[in-house]
Every structure is written in structure tokens, then in C-alpha cells.
Design a protein around this ligand. Structure first.
Ligand SMILES: C[S@@+](CC[C@H](N)C(=O)[O-])C[C@H]1O[C@@H](n2cnc3c(N)ncnc32)[C@H](O)[C@@H]1O
Length: 278
């Protein structure tokens, strides 16, 4: 049956057509404009559009768009990390040079509030899986919320970790509290048992199957009682990030899910879950 293409689907198909033809996803005026158009198209929360009911053509586009956007975000973070890391001064004094800095401040504040609400103690060791070349969440938590916590940033990409460690190496405090591990999270086992909290980056696992594989792996290796902070998406925003449902978190007790409104200043939903006893 021919797709009853809604206005949204027509916009998505057109944007995907342009984005998939880009020769490079590295930051440029054209790349930035297209991904900003994608963001604003998917931002509305007050719609009754059911993404799951969209036709197979648009569903296929959804997965490919998330993959392309993940690559573009990687390049963008790499660019800004290189700029910050090349400053004479301590890069952590100039984080506001990153265009999405205030968005991260708001997202991380919410995640800290959820963490505090569902934790019986201040976390000593936190892992951030998929920390990237701009480990903003770890930096913001360490600088503004958790002064005595150590952050273990796990990323598969050695270049991302090399750029990220350059951001904190000149900071007298964070250089001691930010640790970097270069590994595929699926190869990390024993180490995962040592964390009070594990954050999973929205762009680790860029399709549902890959995301569930990572979640299952974390469930196999996290300590009972440890918290998983997972970034998800709802509605049209599931064209930007993989949407995870509570039933996907086997072996975890889902404690709370926060879906941001248009006024929150960040896009992804946040899910807090506790690893059940073995
Ligand atoms: C582009 S960054 C974006 C992080 C973003 N700030 C967020 O919150 O999603 C995502 C990072 O996840 C890393 N990554 C992807 N798959 C991974 C895996 N299986 N194990 C470890 N790191 C992974 C990538 O190398 C990349 O640096």
C-alpha cells in the first residue's frame, strides 16, 4: 500500500536524500545546515505522529539517518576538541566555545538530579561509555556536581581518547579524576563491576539491535545495585537517537524515564535503571 506520506515524512525523505548524498560529513556550512534542519524537523514533542506506524521506507531511513548523524557528531566533536586542546590556556576554562555547551549543562544537571534521587550514596566511580573526543558529561559532572568522583571514559576510538585526554591534562583537578580506556565496550568485562554508575552515550549502538547488544553486555557485567543512565528518544526524536523501551532493559529495574519538553534545552530522553541482583 502506498505510504500515506505525512508532511513530516516528506520532510524526512527530502532531508535524507540530501544528507545521504553528502560527500563528507565533516563540519561545513552545508553539513551543519542540513543537520540543523533535521534537528528542528524532529524536535516537536506535541504531535500525535506514531513513528512506529510509518511505512518501511521511512523506517529504513530512520536507522540510516541515526548512523549518518552519529558520524557527523563524531567529526563535529573531534573538530571542537582539537580547537579547545590547541588553546594556550586550560581548555576547561573555554568550554563555552562548544556550541552545544549550555545544552550539555542542562542535560547533565538533569542526569545528576536523577542520579541523586535514585542513589543511596555519592558515586565514587562512574563510567561513561562512548565518551568521545568531547567527554562533556564527565567534565560537567566532575567540575560542577561530583568533586570527589572518578570518571572512567570508555571509547573504542583511540583518537577520541587522545583528544579527550588533552582537554583535561592541564587541569590540576580533572587530570587526576578523568581516566580513559580505549576498548570496545563489548570487550570490557571485569572492569564494569567496579562502577557505581554507568552512563551509556546516545550514539553507542546506532541501531536497535546494536543498542540492545550493548545493554545486555552491561547487564551481564555490571555490579548488582549499580545504576545505568541511558539516553533514549521518544516520538519524532527517534530519528535522531535510538529509542529504547523499558522492556528492552532485561535484568534492570527501570526507576524513572524523563522525556524532555521543547523548553528543556536538550533533545534526548533519559532512563535510569538499577542492575538487579545476580
Ligand atoms: C560521537 S560520540 C558522541 C557522544 C555524545 N556526546 C553522546 O552523548 O552520545 C560517541 C562515541 O561512542 C564511541 N563508540 C561507539 N561505539 C562504541 C563501542 N562499541 N564501544 C566504545 N565506544 C563506542 C565512538 O567512538 C564515539 O566516540
Amino acid at each position: 500500500m502506498a505510504c500515506q506520506e505525512t508532511q513530516f515524512e516528506k520532510q524526512i525523505i527530502d532531508l535524507y536524500d540530501q544528507i545521504s548524498k553528502l560527500k563528507s560529513l565533516k563540519p561545513s556550512k552545508n553539513v551543519d545546515t542540513l543537520f540543523q534542519q533535521l534537528m528542528s524537523t524532529c524536535l516537536p514533542t506535541e504531535t500525535n505522529i506514531d513513528v512506529k506506524k510509518m511505512c518501511p521506507k521511512v523506517q529504513a531511513i530512520r536507522t540510516n539517518l541515526i548512523k549518518l548523524r552519529s558520524e557527523a557528531v563524531g567529526y563535529s566533536e573531534q573538530h571542537f576538541s582539537t580547537v579547545l586542546g590547541s588553546l594556550e590556556d586550560n581548555p576547561l576554562h573555554h568550554l563555552d566555545l562548544y556550541p552545544y555547551y549550555t545544552n550539555y549543562l542542562k542535560l547533565t544537571k538533569l542526569e545528576f538530579d536523577l542520579l541523586t534521587k535514585h542513589s543511596s550514596h555519592v558515586p565514587i566511580k562512574i563510567a561513561f561509555v562512548g565518551s568521545g573526543s568531547m567527554p562533556f558529561t564527565s567534565i560537567v559532572l566532575a567540575k560542577f556536581h561530583l568533586p570527589n568522583t572518578t570518571f572512567h571514559n570508555i571509547d573504542i576510538d583511540p583518537q577520541a581518547n587522545s583528544l579527550a585526554s588533552r582537554l583535561v591534562s592541564r587541569d590540576p583537578d580533572l587530570s587526576n579524576r578523568m581516566i580513559f580506556h580505549t576498548t570496545d565496550i563489548l570487550d570490557a568485562t571485569e572492569i564494569l563491576r567496579g562502577y557505581d554508575v554507568v552512563f551509556l552515550a546516545s550514539l553507542v549502538g546506532v541501531d536497535k539491535e546494536a543498542k540492545l547488544k550493548v545493554i545486555e553486555h552491561l547487564e551481564n557485567h555490571m555490579a548488582p545495585g549499580a545504576l545505568l543512565m541511558l539516553r533514549s528518544a521518544r516520538g519524532l526524536r527517534s530519528f535522531l537517537y535510538v529509542d529504547v523501551d523499558p522492556c528492552d532493559l532485561k535484568g534492570f529495574e527501570v526507576l524513572e524515564i524523563y522525556h524532555p519538553s521543547m523548553s528543556d534545552g536538550f533533545v534526548n530522553s533519559v532512563m535510569v535503571a538499577r542492575k538487579s541482583s545476580d
